[in-house]
Write a protein that binds this ligand. Structure first.
Ligand code: HEC
Length: 140
């Protein structure tokens, strides 16, 4: 084979490899997947409109808790949440069970949906890498 062809093939292989690295995270797709995962795993308590149930389940719609660090938000799902908390001025003291059986992708998708629904807006995506990192930290 001519040297020139070998060079072209090597270059082509490099480009294919490099393009799989720079595959960008698609927030719109994550939000769409998150809507379904939310319906299956969160909606029973936090409701389809994200408003929760007064006195029992706190809202996610415009919740002041969504301004907390992404690490904290991820921890609520992996570890559950109990004890007194004040969400949008109302005190709750109930139990949210841990759902650590959800995959990193499901948790990231759910929060991308939650953070972009019912008046919430966040263009900064939660990625599977963030969830995976937190899961490792919590398991130590
Ligand atoms: C069985 C009912 C239940 C389910 C299912 C549930 N939660 Fe919760 N969640 C609660 C309760 C109750 C609290 C408040 C706990 C407390 O009083 O400390 C809470 C608190 C929260 C909070 C912090 C407060 C707020 O309202 O912003 C977030 C964020 C949250 N849940 C997200 C989720 C997500 C995401 C899912 C799905 C993966 C989910 N929850 C599933 C019951 C539930």
């Amino acid at each position: 084979m001519k040297k020139k062809y070998v060079l072209v093939i090597v270059l082509a292989m490099f480009l294919v490899g490099a393009s799989s690295f720079v595959q960008t995270f698609n927030l719109a797709k994550s939000i769409a997947r998150g809507k379904e995962a939310y319906a299956a795993n969160c909606q029973n308590c936090h409701m389809a409109d994200g408003k929760g149930l007064p006195g029992a389940f706190p809202p996610l719609a415009k919740s002041n808790y969504l301004t907390k660090s992404t690490g904290e938000l991820i921890t609520y799902v992996l570890k559950g949440q109990t004890g007194e908390i004040t969400v949008n001025g109302t005190v709750y003291n109930a139990v949210m069970p841990a759902q650590d059986y959800l995959t990193d992708e499901q948790i990231a998708d759910i929060y991308n949906y939650v953070r972009n629904s019912w008046g919430n807006k966040s263009t900064v995506a939660i990625t599977t890498a963030m969830v995976s990192k937190k899961r490792t930290e919590l398991s130590k």
